[in-house]
Design a protein around this ligand. Structure first.
Ligand code: NZQ
Ligand code: ZN
Length: 385
């Protein structure tokens, strides 16, 4: 096992009716900004519960944080916080709202142009406002981690940053609040969580059986529960299991002490920045090809994955690996997320632009061995046509 630090200060309040507990976790004298997206929380009752939970506090609202939150929009929230001297943020929504709130928390008292936070990937954050989250879309894990991804539309740049000062103080996870998700977002969430596990598991063995088995447990659970959520959207236990899987997939637990990849995510971010694909759609396109192209470096773990996750034990090594990748791809499709560039009207003509963006963002030595060069990324994209 590799050396590691493990730090996670986020308190989780999980279960039906937990939004009422806001009154216990938000300071009574807080001046709160509630941040949210395009309005789903108004139609599914979450907003009213949040306001009831915050009763007695000074509360302002900031609506309109879009999927793949933009720097341009978030800077308006920063101005509001500064103007009204607010001191506590509450993100209510999916990964985009939570990520956006992390940026606002760090930007409000940042000296200089807050875009520098993204340029330095968060290393220059020295303080952040406290914030909590109410999660409505299980997918990103943002509710229990210190990462965030912000897009600057004017530059077509989608940039990730992290800093331990932007862990949420608490996150409330009420699975009943996910009943209203559109079918597309159910699939997106399951595929994103699956890809998070794969980016931390599918590397090379370092004799870390605990992390491996946690990771395999999460994958098996997503494979079992994902289709049930599509078939029976109001099944509480299914939604609860998916929600907890997505949180554990990216809260540091399974990634501690093991090598990590993240190349699929980095290539995927360029697809979103350039063509507006949903985050999970990009992962469904890139991940299967990434595994095929990098089969040699990942051979031992691919064979372990084939056996333990897909129960594939017969045939040559190469045949077992290909079958496991095929099953992964079929699972994404089953969740309603298409896996080819062509499904999104993209083709050979787009590949150079994607590679150019990767190069300009210095994404030229990705992966656990830093061997995912632009040539490798090109092969991956060509295989995804
Ligand atoms: O805006 P509203 O009206 O709320 O609608 C949202 C949005 O349109 C809707 N939605 C959310 N909860 C709902 C709901 N609709 C009905 N009922 C509910 N309960 O879903 C749509 C998508 O929301 P979004 O927050 O964009 O989705 P997701 O949670 O998948 O977040 C994606 C963003 O997170 C980043 C991605 O890059 C992307 O920008 N990621 C963040 C990570 C992190 N912080 O660790 C890691 C991930 O790999 C990822 O990169
Ligand atoms: Zn992701």
């Amino acid at each position: 096992m590799l050396n590691f630090d493990f730090y996670n200060p986020t308190q989780i309040l999980f279960g039906k009716g937990r939004i009422a507990d806001l009154s216990k976790v938000v300071p009574a004298d807080a001046r709160v900004l509630v941040l949210y997206g395009g309005g789903s929380i108004k139609s599914n009752g979450v907003f009213d519960e949040v306001m009831a939970g915050l009763a007695g506090r000074t509360v302002f609202e900031f609506a309109g944080i879009e999927p793949n939150p933009s720097y341009e929009t978030l800077m308006h929230a920063v101005e509001l916080v500064r103007k009204e001297k607010l001191d506590f943020l509450l993100a209510v929504g999916g990964g985009s709202v939570i990520d956006g709130t992390k940026f606002v928390a760090a930007a409000v008292n940042f000296e200089g142009d807050p875009w520098a936070i993204l340029e330095k990937r968060g290393r220059n954050i020295t303080q952040a406002l406290p914030f909590g989250s109410i999660l409505t879309l299980p997918a990103t894990g943002s509710e229990m981690n210190d990462g965030s991804v912000v897009t600057r539309k004017s530059l077509q740049a989608k940039v990730a940053f992290s800093n331990k000062l932007v862990f949420p103080k608490f996150s409330i996870l009420d699975p009943t609040k996910t009943f209203s998700l559109p079918v597309k977002q159910i699939g997106n969430g399951v595929v994103d969580a699956y890809a998070h596990v794969m980016e931390q598991y599918m590397t090379y063995p370092v004799n870390a059986p605990v992390q491996d088995r946690f990771a395999e447990g999460l994958l098996l659970t997503l494979i079992e529960e994902g289709p049930k959520a599509l078939a029976n959207p109001e099944d509480y236990d299914t939604r609860a299991n998916i929600m907890w899987c997505a949180t554990l997939a990216l809260n540091g637990l399974i990634g501690a002490g093991v090598p990590q990849d993240w190349s699929t995510h980095m290539v995927g971010h360029e697809l979103t920045a350039l063509y507006g694909l949903d985050h999970a759609q990009t992962l469904a396109i890139v991940l299967p090809s990434m595994l095929r192209v990098r089969k040699e470096g990942k051979r031992a773990k691919l064979l372990q994955y084939a056996e333990r996750v897909w129960n594939i034990t017969e045939g040559s090594e190469d045949a077992r690996i290909e079958q496991a990748i095929q099953r992964t791809q079929e699972f994404f499709e089953k969740m309603g997320v298409k896996t080819r560039l062509g499904d999104y009207k993209l083709g050979t003509q787009n590949i150079d632009a994607i590679l150019k963006h990767l190069e300009s963002h210095r994404m030229v030595t990705l992966g656990e061995q830093r061997d995912v060069t632009l040539d490798v990324s090109r092969k991956v994209l060509e295989l995804s046509l």
